[in-house]
Design a protein around this ligand. Structure first.
Ligand code: AP5
Length: 224
């Protein structure tokens, strides 16, 4: 993982299947570089916990492994990306995920070169590996740290090494929901968005089926 501070002025989109490691990398890199980490999955889960109107609308889609409707997601991101900490640099993790979301993001950012996307990174991981990662993922309920029962275990099972919080399994990491999420990813995200960003000359594809520290290093080199 990124162990030291890095300088980054990137406005980057992390694209990839469920469990590809977008959150692991975005969290580490954003913390090391002091840039905003905007994860639509984390934001939605917070809305669900708080029981907000958006959370209530989003919950059944998320539990079923389906995408939340574009209008709800776009409004949420537009408001977040307008906040002061996201003015010059950010990492978008999990957004956009559909062509209308990508087009809406371009409209929101406008033509100002200091606001536009600088990098789109596609995390390549085979489906079989994605399934293993999701089924073994555990998240700290207190600090949000991401662990894995085999790949990144905690010293004491069920307890976060960083803050001693309890580890939980996401409701959409159940086998039935994982299959649905992979289907959705291939149908509406992978090909359409890679084609969209390739056309804009922004797309970089990385082999994300390697150890996290190797991927972090490559991301820093790509984005610095
Ligand atoms: P979201 O939270 O965005 O889920 P996702 O895209 O399916 O991605 P994940 O968070 O599952 O995986 P990740 O790539 O971040 O992997 P991680 O680093 O955790 O979205 C959840 C739901 O919200 C969606 O299904 C949808 O309903 C809704 N939603 C969100 N955004 C939306 C949008 N834009 N439009 C519509 N709906 C939206 O890693 C996974 C595991 O693997 C961990 O255990 C980790 O330790 C391990 N791991 C990570 N890297 C490696 C590595 N290199 N090698 C081995 N293990 C690794």
């Amino acid at each position: 993982m990124v162990a030291m501070a890095v300088t980054l002025k990137a406005r980057a989109v992390f694209l990839g299947g469920p469990g590809a490691g977008k959150g692991t990398q975005a969290k580490g890199l954003a913390a090391a570089a002091g840039v905003a980490h905007i994860s639509t999955g984390d934001m939605l889960r917070q809305h669900v916990i708080e029981g907000s109107e958006l959370g209530q609308k989003a919950r059944s889609y998320m539990d079923g492994g389906l995408l939340v409707p574009d209008d709800l997601i776009i409004a949420m991101v537009e408001s977040r990306i307008g906040e002061p900490d996201a003015r010059s640099a950010w990492i978008l993790d999990g957004f956009p995920r559909t062509l209308p979301q990508a087009q809406a993001l371009d409209q929101i950012l406008g033509s100002d070169p200091t606001r536009k996307i600088t990098h789109v990174i596609y995390f390549q991981v085979p489906d079989q590996e994605l399934t293993k990662r999701l089924a073994g993922r555990r998240t700290c309920a207190k600090c949000g740290a991401i662990w894995h029962v085999d790949n990144k275990p905690t010293a004491k099972p069920g307890v976060c090494d960083l803050c001693q919080g309890s580890l939980t399994q996401r409701s959409d990491d159940r086998v039935e929901a994982i299959g649905k999420r992979l289907q959705e990813f291939h149908a509406v995200t992978a090909q359409p968005l890679r084609a969209y960003y390739k056309k804009q000359n922004l797309l970089r594809e990385i082999d994300a089926n390697r150890p996290p520290a190797v991927i972090s290093q490559e991301l820093v080199e790509l984005m610095q």
